[in-house]
Design a protein around this ligand. Sequence first.
Ligand code: NAD
Ligand code: TYD
Length: 347
Amino acid sequence: MTILVTGGAGFIGSNFVLDWLATSSEPVVTLDALTYAGNLNNLKSLESDARHSFVRGSIGDTALVARLLRSHDVRAVINFAAESHVDRSISGPAPFFETNVMGTLGLLEAVRGYFAQRSDFRFLHVSTDEVYGTLERDEPAFAETNPYRPNSPYAASKASSDHLVRAYRETYGLPVLVTNCSNNYGPLQFPEKLIPLMIHNALAGKALPVYGDGLQVRDWLYVGDHCSALRRVLEAGSLGETYNVGGNNQKTNIEVVRALCALLDRKRPKADGTSYAGQITHVTDRPGHDRRYAIDACKIERELGWSPAEAFESGLEKTVDWYLANENWVADVTSGAYREWVARQYG
Ligand code: NAD
Ligand code: TYD
């Protein structure tokens, strides 16, 4: 038996594949289009591992996915593939709908033609809490019953994909599961998202751009905890159900940035003795910026016995340590050299 992981060269997907193969003997096929966010170096340690195979391609290529499902006798698909960055969705929404909506449609079509062949087949769609919109300061955290109210093009595209997955369950009986997770952080995250961007800019002596007043709240989850939640949902989740996944770590952005500066001050003090916090710069706010996200993860805890293991402080320290030890990784993904290699390798 094999699992098919789409988007497995990205941040969460590659953490999931590495974690899966470290603790299970079941083979993995990774399907990834290798966009700017996909990095094969994330999976380098699996190069000579016979349990792992990599295929470059799009989830929207129904014929390709159908071939992979049959030839590997796939028993589960975990769909991470997406355009994932809100700021990019604001400056150019179209790719978000091409990948997150039309791509997911193509993937679902391949699964529709296949799932009846395996009575144990499962399709796990990985989504975000951003589909629920924004919360006021005192509102209760998002539960699975909250209405969808996406505010960014990214969130709207993910909401559409969730609806498609649900529709395929109702209409065609696909054995689906959906997870809606809060903001992840940890190793291998592309340095456009808040935490790795701030580490990268701090070390480069650049400004740390905090949008607006920096009092927006996100509910941070260490990526390893997200992976363990997904495994749990895959093995024990009830078909057709949605599970919210969160870290119970609500922090304002400015708190997070200050915590990062304090860690860097300790671990990589600046030559002139000043704090990295001096680089914090408040900049124009993001349009339509959601003020607060918070996840009520009671359902997954009650029904599947999952809860996060990593405290925010230790997770953040591990993350800083990883980026300090892997400055080459950041240099690679932000330079043209890796993209040129992908072009030579795959055309
Ligand atoms: P990412 O941007 O790091 O990785 C996305 C991966 O998908 C990349 O490897 C990219 O090459 C690949 N991809 C893009 N288009 C593709 C296509 N058409 N076919 C195949 N592969 C394609 O994203 P991430 O942060 O790892 O997020 C993974 C999933 O988890 C996304 O669906 C995202 O919406 C969801 N999610 C992310 C977070 C977060 O905090 N990062 C939180 C909750 C949910
Ligand atoms: P981000 O990592 O882009 O995730 P999301 O928008 O999906 O929550 O941003 C996390 C928070 O940090 C969000 O409130 C926007 C804010 N932010 C900044 O203040 N400055 C930045 O440079 C970035 C990238 C994000």
